[in-house]
Design a protein around this ligand. Structure first.
Ligand SMILES: [Zn+2]
Length: 151
């Protein structure tokens, strides 16, 4: 950034640079020329743009702060809920007899090719079940034996 009146305006904030430019512009001798009218309008427009950008930046800073706070809250919540529990605790059977760790099996749809996940509890009682593909909604036959369970 070039030197103007002995200081480097490039180191200043957008608002200060804009105020400086507006000051320079308003101290120009009035010539009533088309060029000056255009220049004045451009400076005015830039002032509005700088205001809008400054406002957006403030909102973004607030949003970032909000997300940071939520992240902290979530970490605290996780600690409060899961502190002291390990995977084996989580794998203990819930009162209804189901594992609290849910296993899912990767199922490829023969109609559209989509791979989707099916809760293994779904066919705990039977070997073969029909599941609707979430993509093409065709019925897909899923058998317990032909699957590679994954967590
Ligand atoms: Zn499908």
């Amino acid at each position: 950034m070039e030197q103007l009146q002995g200081f480097d305006v490039g180191t200043l904030s957008l608002e200060h640079r804009m105020a400086y430019l507006q000051g320079v512009c308003s101290s120009m001798p009035i010539q009533n020329s088309d060029q000056q009218r255009v220049l004045v309008e451009v400076v005015r427009l830039m002032g509005d743009v700088v205001d809008a950008v400054t406002d957006l930046k403030q909102r973004m800073d607030q949003l970032e702060q909000y997300v940071d706070d939520m992240d902290d809250d979530l970490a605290n919540l996780e600690e409060a809920v899961f502190d002291g529990l390990n995977d084996e605790d989580l794998d203990e059977k819930a009162p209804d007899g189901h594992s609290m760790l849910v296993s899912f099996a990767d199922v490829p749809c023969p109609h559209c090719g989509l791979h989707f996940f099916v809760d293994e509890d779904f066919w705990a009682a039977q070997d073969v079940v029909d599941v609707d593909c979430p993509n093409c909604h065709e019925s897909v036959e899923v058998s317990k034996s032909g699957l590679n369970p994954s967590h």
